[in-house]
Design a protein around this ligand. Structure first.
Ligand SMILES: [Fe+2]
Ligand SMILES: [Fe+2]
Length: 169
């Protein structure tokens, strides 16, 4: 297995871990509100993505990123903080995160050839669900969040940095 594949699995594992924590943070704040079911649905899908990458980390002997404890806190904090700004800000966070992951997964899909067809299919399947999450965010008023453009720009920059760092260490 090439270093590139190890990098892919390491960063995807980190990303799905962070995503599950973001939705956990949002649910901690909005878990009794009208969006609880929607957030729980997305969290359950992230958990399924994470379970798969947990299996791949083990079966393909990839070292997870050393930053997992940090993503644990940072993911939850991002989810809780945006939710504290209101449900629309939480949805704006979802749009920003899921758009970034979509681009990240699309690049991985394009880089994988037939020798990694099962991994490529997994990524394609998860990417479709990330786009579903983005659409849920848009359908729930993300763009009406105060400071939508600035908020999503900051979160996207943070996510891209998290991706780069988790690929490396
Ligand atoms: Fe995911
Ligand atoms: Fe997602």
């Amino acid at each position: 297995m090439t270093d590139q594949i190890k990098k892919f699995i390491r960063v995807d594992h980190a990303g799905e871990y962070g995503a599950a924590r973001i939705y956990a943070g949002q649910l901690a704040v909005l878990g009794r509100g009208p969006h609880a079911e929607t957030l729980a649905h997305m969290k359950a899908q992230e958990q399924r993505h994470l379970d798969m990458f947990n299996r791949l980390i083990t079966s393909r002997r990839v070292r997870p990123t050393v930053l997992l404890p940090f993503w644990n806190l940072a993911g939850f904090a991002l989810g809780a903080a945006t939710a504290a700004l209101g449900p629309k800000a939480a949805m704006a966070c979802t749009v920003a995160v899921e758009e970034t992951i979509d681009a990240h997964y699309a690049a991985q899909e394009a880089a994988l050839d037939e020798s990694e067809a099962p991994l490529r299919a997994t990524i394609a399947e998860f990417r479709a669900e990330e786009l579903e999450h983005r659409d849920i965010g848009l359908a729930n008023g993300a763009e009406q969040a105060p400071g939508y453009k600035l908020l999503t720009a900051i979160i996207k920059t943070g996510c891209r940095a998290a991706i780069r760092i988790s690929e490396q260490i």
